[in-house]
Design a protein. Structure first.
Length: 114
C-alpha cells in the first residue's frame, strides 16, 4: 500500500503542478489577448484618423474646385450682363436725339409758342 500511497501523492503533485501550469498559461493567454485587443484598438484608431484626414483633404479639394467653378461662372455671367448693359446704353443713345426732339416739342407746345 505504501507504493500506492506514493503513487497517489505523486499523482496529486503532478495534478497540482499541472493546475498551476494551466493557471499560468491562462494568465499568459489573457495578457496576450489583452495586448492583441489593445493593439487592434490602436490600429483602428489610427485607421479612423487616417480616414478622417483623407476625407478632410477630399472635402477641401472639392470645396476649392467648387469655388473655382463658381468664380468662373460668376465672371462669365458678369461679362454677359456687362454686354447687355452696353447694348442697352447704345440703344438708349441712339434714341436720345428723338427723345430730345420729343421733349423740346412738348416744351415749345406747352409754352404757347408755335
Amino acid at each position: 500500500m505504501e507504493g500506492g500511497k506514493c503513487m497517489s501523492i505523486e499523482n496529486m503533485k503532478r495534478i497540482s503542478e499541472t493546475e498551476t501550469e494551466a493557471a499560468s498559461i491562462r494568465k499568459s493567454a489573457g495578457n496576450v489577448a489583452r495586448n492583441i485587443v489593445d493593439d487592434a484598438k490602436k490600429q483602428a484608431a489610427a485607421l479612423v484618423e487616417q480616414a478622417q484626414t483623407e476625407a478632410d483633404g477630399k472635402y477641401k479639394d472639392a470645396m476649392d474646385e467648387a469655388e473655382r467653378e463658381a468664380a468662373k461662372d460668376y465672371d462669365v455671367r458678369l461679362a454677359e450682363v456687362a454686354e447687355e448693359c452696353a447694348g442697352m446704353k447704345e440703344r438708349a443713345r441712339a434714341k436720345l436725339p428723338d427723345a430730345v426732339k420729343l421733349i423740346m416739342g412738348k416744351v415749345v407746345n406747352t409754352s404757347g409758342s408755335c
